[in-house]
Design a protein around this ligand. Structure first.
Ligand SMILES: Cc1cc2nc3c(=O)[nH]c(=O)nc-3n(C[C@H](O)[C@H](O)[C@H](O)COP(=O)(O)OP(=O)(O)OC[C@H]3O[C@@H](n4cnc5c(N)ncnc54)[C@H](O)[C@@H]3O)c2cc1C
Length: 447
């Protein structure tokens, strides 16, 4: 795929020239595979903590090729699928700790942006989770009650009038309003993280797909198609591609989500929507829809159908039925806007662990470090996780390495074909729960 076809963000970004590939033999202390938010943030934090550490980043394609260059740009506090699902599977204490970490992650991202003047259109425009059926009104209210019980502040219930005043859709029946959340331009953010990492002295090689990772006495050997690196540690910052590496094969599976961008709306069209705060919005499904304004005045809409893959064969990065679904969903929410031309359609994989929350840890001994399971929420999480990955690579104990999802026991996905079956069962359960909440309402039914 050509770089500008990757996403709306890539198509509208300034032209980008990737760094040279890795050629020949190199030595380093830590080699990082993957140049998305996680890999580049890890490189930056490693160099910040230990300027003498030789850090090499290897990226198969180019910076931001993965989910980091294709996402919706919502920097939010969701950890895993949702507060309710995390609470159901992991209990009160862990949910509370995770959400405090996420609140801090959004603040930390803002701190990075301000301190290093990252040009990424970061805006604290807030986050609104809207109910589109009476069932979802109940779901959001229950979730707000849970948040309050967990001691999470900064969230409020908006009734139908407040939500519809903020964004004019008759489908919106109430919502979760969280002003601390932000929006970014993800491709700008990931390129800025590259700038930061390189400014500290990390070496980033692009068009350098890693084809083998081996243990050797005192370290690891990481091979690309044209070169190799001898290092002490390897960090797998490969998120939804991690199953390609035998070391971490069964920790996660990839799942594909899709987005569209409309043509720029006219000022009159924006006026019919209200939306003056320009906040990011999601609906209350497990298999969410998410939508936001773009900096150049378009409506970006994502979510609905999620595709799974079999083995190492990927699902497509574009999906005609997802495109139709999203087009229809725009019409459902904002009938006054249609007909509206869609100018961009794209998609990409996020990473899912079996217990639906992120996991960070060592692979067997301390030579390998992984970071998987963003569950579609990594814009604030991954820049923050870079601090943890760097600490693990340097074998430092910090307040963050003591968090429960670091070095936790991860339930492995079974091998194929059972993986296919189990991943469809998990998705089926989440989708069934959504349908239950939609039964009395007007939510979309073809996802
Ligand atoms: C369409 C979409 C919308 C999303 N929207 C949001 C959102 O609004 N908010 C939010 O919080 N999260 C969102 N997410 C999730 C978020 O984008 C991810 O959690 C985050 O980008 C993960 O960052 P990462 O660096 O861990 O992984 P990635 O950005 O996926 O980076 C992994 C990198 O590893 C590289 N790689 C893979 N294999 C190899 C190899 N063999 N050798 C070398 N390199 C390799 C890949 O090329 C890739 O660049 C979305 C995801 C998608 C797909």
């Amino acid at each position: 795929m050509k770089a500008h076809e990757l996403s709306f963000w890539a198509a509208t970004a300034t032209p980008y020239t990737p760094n040279q590939p890795l050629v020949g033999e190199h030595r380093g202390d830590v080699v990082i595979i993957g140049a998305g938010f996680s890999g580049l943030s890890t490189a930056f934090h490693l160099k910040q903590a230990d300027p003498g550490c030789e850090v090499i980043v290897l990226e198969a394609e180019y910076v931001g090729y993965g989910a980091s260059g294709r996402n919706g740009g919502f920097a939010m506090t969701v950890f895993g699928v949702s507060l309710t699902v995390t609470h159901m599977l992991h209990g009160t204490e862990r949910t509370r700790e995770a959400y405090h970490y996420m609140v801090d992650a959004v603040t930390y991202l803002e701190q990075l942006v301000q301190e290093h003047r990252l040009n990424c259109d970061f805006r604290r425009s807030g986050f609104l989770r809207v109910a589109t059926t009476p069932g979802y009104v109940r779901r959001i209210q229950e979730e707000i009650d849970l948040a309050l019980r967990l001691g999470l502040d900064g969230i409020e219930w908006w009734d139908k009038r407040q939500v519809q005043d903020a964004v004019h859709s008759s489908r919106f029946l109430g919502g979760w309003w969280e002003p601390r959340c932000a929006l970014v331009n993800p491709i700008k953010l990931v390129r800025e993280l590259k700038r930061l990492a390189e400014a500290k002295g990390a070496r980033v090689y692009e068009r350098s797909p890693v084809i083998a990772v081996r243990r050797r006495h005192g370290g690891v050997t990481v091979e690309t198609n044209q070169g190799r690196v001898l290092a002490e540690k390897v960090v797998f910052a490969t998120n939804a591609w991690s199953h390609h590496f035998p070391w971490v094969r069964r920790l996660q599976v990839p799942a594909w989500t899709y987005m569209v961008a409309t043509e720029p709306l006219t000022p009159e069209q924006w006026q019919t929507l209200g939306w003056e705060k320009g906040m990011g919005i999601e609906d209350a499904r497990n298999l969410i829809h998410y939508f936001r304004p773009s900096p150049d005045g378009r409506l970006l809409m994502g979510g609905g159908p999620v595709r799974l893959s079999f083995g190492s064969r990927p699902a497509p990065d574009r999906d005609a039925s997802a495109l139709r679904h999203l087009e229809q969903f725009i019409h459902t929410l904002f009938p006054s806007l249609t007909p509206l031309r869609l100018t961009h359609h794209w998609g990409g994989p996020f990473s899912a662990t079996l217990d639906l929350v992120p996991a960070i840890g060592y692979v067997q001994d301390r030579r390998g470090i992984y970071n998987v399971g963003c569950i579609g929420h990594g814009v604030s999480l991954m820049p923050s996780n870079g601090r943890i990955l760097a600490a693990l690579a340097l074998e430092q104990e910090t307040q963050h390495t003591a968090l429960w999802f670091v070095r936790r026991r991860v339930w492995p996905w079974p091998p194929e074909p059972a993986r296919w079956l189990v991943s469809h069962l998990v998705k089926g359960y989440l989708s069934l729960e959504d349908r239950w909440y939609e039964r009395k309402g007007l939510g979309p039914r073809n996802a």
